[in-house]
Write a protein that binds this ligand. Structure first.
Ligand code: FUB
Length: 344
């Protein structure tokens, strides 16, 4: 959201109209990835810290240096902060910008998947493990080989295979990987290397994980997001094209790929028959929230699906510091999702 438009918001009115309250109010949190492990809800968000720098589209205004894990006994209960679960100083390969993470579990080990910039200024994706869902997590010495860009989301399919979905435009650098190697030209422009409006939009990636969940077991593949005519969504279609915040969940045996449209701030979804897609665009899950970005996850809790998301209502937009929230998702009989307005 442009810096000037947030200044004109009446936050008292906005907070009165907000459909949900921040789950955490003692620190600023964003990009919530939620999972249920052993009957407890665990949330793995980013941690927004004001860097004291001017706002820009590369995220320089945030000093995001660690992750806290939160838990809830049920959807109405207090959100418990389990403290710092991983700090950038404890990740040998990572220099800065611990952006949106995800987590998963396999055979009693908990895995934290996270993007960070390496010492060359290139986003990579790392893995850290713990015997507890709340950490502390111990990071692998190197990032996942052939990983790039941001926003990992790791989905476990019913057959026990795990897939990582990832990618993000502008500050997330996906546009710099169009030739398969990192393009470092015009380093300060978030929109350099973005396709023209009449070209297909950049696509997110998916890769199946190795048995130990430490690496990709295959080269990452692009995920096709198609319109109602079976054509790839175009780069100029800013209300529907993929930008960041990939997430995958299943509903009635179908695969739902959801994502943020970035500069237009929608959380959208597309449905497919396979974890690799293709996915056909269906509509919006969440209308724009106030703040710099929109980002979400979808988690089934006691048979109902919930959207975890964030906005900047608690910080009243100051430096766009964000706070995590949750609300229920409602499906229509045909499997489509009712669009949620974050403010009534
Ligand atoms: O929180 C930093 C970045 O902002 C995330 O990685 C993006 O998805 C956006 O929410």
């Amino acid at each position: 959201m442009p810096e000037d438009s947030i200044e004109h918001i009446n936050f008292e009115d906005l907070n009165n109209r907000a459909i949900s309250k921040p789950l955490v109010d003692h620190i600023f949190t964003a990009d919530p990835s939620a999972h249920v492990f052993n009957g407890i809800i665990y949330i793995y968000p980013s941690h927004d810290i004001d860097a004291g720098e001017a706002f820009d589209d590369l995220g320089s205004h945030f000093a995001m240096e660690d992750y806290h894990v939160f838990s809830m006994e049920d959807i109405e209960s207090e959100t418990k902060d389990h403290g710092v679960a991983l700090h950038v100083d404890d990740v040998a390969w990572a220099k800065q910008q611990m952006w949106a993470p995800d987590a998963n579990e396999k055979n009693g080990t908990y895995y934290l998947f996270f993007p960070a910039k390496d010492y060359e200024g290139v986003f990579r994706i790392g893995v850290a493990t713990s015997e507890s869902p709340t950490g502390p997590f111990k990071a692998r010495p190197k990032p996942i080989e052939n990983s790039f860009s941001i926003d990992p989301a790791v989905f476990k399919d019913d057959d026990g295979e795990y897939y990582m979905y990832f990618g993000g435009l502008w500050g997330g650098q996906l546009q710099r990987w169009r030739e398969g190697v990192f393009n470092n030209n015009k380093p300060n422009s978030p929109t350099a290397h973005i396709p023209k409006d009449n070209e297909p939009a950049l696509l997110p990636f998916v890769a199946k994980m190795t048995d130990d969940l430490f690496e990709f077991s295959e080269a990452p593949k692009e995920i096709k997001i198609l319109d109602e005519y079976g054509n790839l969504i175009l780069a100029g279609d800013h209300n529907r094209r993929f930008f960041e915040a990939a997430w995958l969940h299943k509903h009635q045996e179908k695969y739902y790929f959801s994502y943020s449209t970035g500069d237009t701030h929608f959380i959208c979804y597309a449905i497919g028959e396979s974890p690799y897609g293709p996915f056909t665009y269906q509509g919006k899950i969440l209308n724009p929230v106030v703040g710099w970005t929109s980002h979400h996850s979808i988690c089934t809790i006691k048979g109902k699906d919930y959207l975890f998301y964030h906005d900047s209502s608690l910080s009243k937009g100051v430096t766009h510091l964000r706070s995590i929230k949750m609300t229920e998702i409602k499906y229509r009989e045909d499997g489509t999702i009712e669009t949620i307005n974050p403010y009534s």
